[in-house]
Design a protein around this ligand. Sequence first.
Ligand code: OVM
Length: 416
Amino acid sequence: MATADLSTAQASGPVDGVPTLDIDPFDEAFLSDPYGWHDQLRDAGPVVWLNRYGIYAAARYAEVSAALNDWQNFVSGRGVGLSDFARETPWRPPSLLLEADPPLHSRTRRIMAGIVSLPRLKALAPLWREKAVELVEELLPRGRFDAITDLAEIFPLRIFPDAVGLGPDAGEHLLAYAAATFNAFGPRNAIFEDSNARAQEAIAWVNEACRRENLREEGWGMDVYRAADAGQCTADEAHRLVRSLLSAGVDTTVNGIGNMIHAFALHPDQWTLLREAPALHRKAFEEALRWDSTVQTFFRTTGAPVELGGTVLPEGVKILLFLAAANRDPRRWEEPERFDINRQTSGHVGFGFGIHQCLGQMVARLEAEVMLEALMPRIARFRLAGAPVRRLNNTLHALGSLPVEIEAVEIETAEG
Ligand code: OVM
């Protein structure tokens, strides 16, 4: 099996002085409640060795951010999952953004940054605002709904595929594809195998959807092909770059919004505070990302011997970076377990850090912003109406269901 091969292909043990742990960060117990395990990882040392996979790991803010910021030594081109592309065949042809290093990454990143740009988003904002209000008005009369399946999964799917220029019926395929993609960064465990088996049709659909002839003229996808026309990349690269939009743009924002609503349902005082000071809504989303990071982990591979947290790591080893644990590291954050929308959140690594920091962060922020703007004036309170159900994923902290009961705000009619 892949995991067994990996642990023998890797260095057989850690360099001297590195604490070793038997924790499996991809087993169901860990993934069901990662925050319950992070203290052990952080407290064991700045860099630890995980026996289960024969890899290094870091869960403290200082080392996670240092590694993310050092792209020369902590490379992405050998994959940002457990699998080392120098030794194993990748699950899919590597991303030209996520799984690439400079100079290739510099070129592809520049192309995409010009497309998923602030002016383009500003032009889309009025439509997205309208769609957010429309969805909230549909949900309000129900009193009870599922904040994941009726809202967090629905809203991005009503706006994002359209912005990319995909045809209709993208929704289910995109969700299935993204789940498998993010699971593939972990080991080939049952969680991966299950989602991979379910995603076969979605994979074929995505590969078709990324072709030039299947993209609408006015979407971001066609812009990538225009960059190819302009000589900035090849047509094959354009296909792969459009694939990045579909891979990274859906399950991330679905759970970014879902986890944020979950946070507010668990902290009604913070929702009240937000409604009293709606200008805090952008901060609130950042705090939600810090407090419950959608992307929990990414790997890097050492490209040369490199020092991290007082240990010199050898060349060619995998290191698992716990972004979500760094975001709750008491060495960096005051009362990190508190969800506090007034907190100074800058420096959180929920969008990563360094040259690979989330390309779509402005898209994610705009989606969350318009959703909060639609919810704030209309919902006085969220209450859990049942136990939230986790959807286990090797990379994402995801919910499958979040039943909520809401208290609607009566709309004031004009006086006179
Ligand atoms: C990509 C890609 C896929 C998954 C995640 C991601 C968080 C990027 O294909 O480029 O970024």
